[in-house]
Design a protein around this ligand. Structure first.
Ligand SMILES: [Zn+2]
Length: 320
C-alpha cells in the first residue's frame, strides 16, 4: 500500500532536518493537507524528529483559513486528540493554510537566503528550472505579516501550480500538490544557489580564552567576514544570536556569540547552545554563497519586534 502524503512528508522532514544547509535548530516547517485537515509542524519541534515523536498537529483547515489573517492564536482550531496535547501550531501556520497546495515545505535554505541577499534576487530566480513558478517576497515578520506579504506578491487566490517563494532575509517556501514535487523544488533551489561546498569543521582544535573553534583558518575572506558583522540577516539569527551575532576575535563585542578572526577562522563562545551553533554555521555558509554587495541585515526595529515577540519567547522557552 502506498504510504500517505503525511508519511512521506515525515520521511522528508527527517532528511531535510538532518541537512544543516536546509534546517537549523527547530527552524523550518512543513505541512500537508488531507481533505479537511491540515497537518502542520508544531512550534519548537525539530523536523529531524518526525519519525520519533509527534511533531505534526492536525488543524481544521476551513476554520484555520478563515482565522489566520486575523489572529496568531490558532490553538482553538487544533483537532482535539490525545497525542496533540501541549503542541502549538507553527508560527507560520497562516502561510501554510492560505497556500492552496497540498504540500508546503518551508526551509531556511542557505542557498535561498544567500540568493535573497544578492544584488538581484529576481534575476537569480530566472536561472532556476522553468517547471515551477517563482516569486520574491520582501521581508516581513513571520506569522500573519509574512502571510500577507506572500499574498501581496502572488495574489489572494493563488494557483496551485508548483511554486517557489524566495523569502528575503528568511528562506524558501516550496509548494506543490505532492511531496516529491515540493522536495524537487527545494533541491533545485539549493543546487542553484549553494554551489560551494559547506564550510569545513574546525575539528578538535583546542579552545582558547572562552572561545571554541567552529571553522578553520581560510573559511572566510575578509569581505565575507565583514558581511557577517553587518548584523542579523534572518529572524532566527536575531532571536538566537541577538542584535550583534558576529564580532571579531581581536576586539570582541561582549554580546556576540560568534567571532571571526583575521585568518578567516570562525569561533563560538564556550557553552553556546546547539541551536545557536547550528544557526551560526548556516550563516557562515550563507556569507560564502552571497554574490554582490547588497547584503542587508534586518533593521534594529525589525530585530526588536522579533526579540520581544510572544511567540518567539514561547519558542525559546521550549529549549529550557
Ligand atoms: Zn522560517
Amino acid at each position: 500500500m502506498p504510504s500517505s502524503q503525511l508519511d512521506r512528508v515525515k520521511a522528508y522532514a527527517v532528511a531535510a532536518g538532518g541537512d544543516l544547509r536546509l534546517v537549523q535548530g527547530a527552524g523550518g516547517n512543513f505541512s500537508v493537507k488531507t481533505h479537511d485537515v491540515m497537518w502542520i509542524k508544531a512550534s519548537g519541534t525539530r523536523l529531524s524528529r518526525a519519525l520519533d515523536e509527534q511533531i505534526f498537529v492536525p488543524m481544521r483547515l476551513a476554520d484555520t483559513r478563515a482565522a489566520v489573517l486575523e489572529t496568531e492564536d490558532l490553538t482553538p482550531y487544533v483537532v482535539q486528540g490525545e497525542s496533540t496535547d501541549g503542541l502549538r501550531p507553527s508560527i507560520e501556520t497562516s502561510l501554510h493554510a492560505l497556500l492552496p497546495h497540498r504540500v508546503v515545505l518551508h526551509v531556511h535554505s542557505t542557498g535561498a537566503i544567500a540568493a535573497g541577499l544578492g544584488d538581484e534576487p529576481g534575476a537569480a530566480l530566472d536561472s532556476l528550472p522553468g517547471w515551477f513558478d517563482t516569486a520574491v517576497v520582501p521581508y516581513a515578520k513571520p506569522g500573519v505579516l509574512l502571510a500577507r506579504a506572500v499574498l501581496a506578491e502572488i495574489g489572494h487566490e493563488p494557483a496551485d501550480a508548483p511554486l517557489a517563494l524566495l523569502l528575503l532575509n528568511h528562506g524558501l517556501v516550496a509548494a506543490a500538490d505532492d511531496v516529491e514535487t515540493a522536495e524537487r523544488i527545494v533541491e533545485a533551489v539549493q543546487q542553484a544557489f549553494a554551489a560551494r561546498p559547506e564550510p569545513a569543521d574546525a575539528g578538535t582544535d583546542a579552545g582558547t580564552d572562552g572561545w571554541e573553534p567552529l571553522h578553520p583558518a581560510g573559511t572566510l575572506t575578509d569581505d565575507e567576514a565583514a558581511v557577517l558583522r553587518l548584523g542579523p540577516f534572518t529572524p532566527d539569527a536575531s532571536v538566537f544570536l541577538g542584535a550583534v551575532p558576529f564580532t571579531t576575535r581581536a576586539d570582541p563585542d561582549p554580546t556576540s556569540l560568534v567571532a571571526t578572526d583575521d585568518d578567516g577562522s570562525v569561533w563560538v563562545r564556550t557553552g553556546t547552545g546547539a541551536d545557536e551553533v547550528e544557526i551560526a554555521r548556516s550563516l557562515v555558509d550563507v556569507a560564502r554563497l552571497v554574490r554582490g554587495a547588497r547584503a542587508t541585515p534586518l533593521t534594529p526595529d525589525q530585530v526588536d519586534e522579533l526579540i520581544n515577540w510572544e511567540a518567539e519567547k514561547w519558542r525559546r522557552q521550549l529549549k529550557r
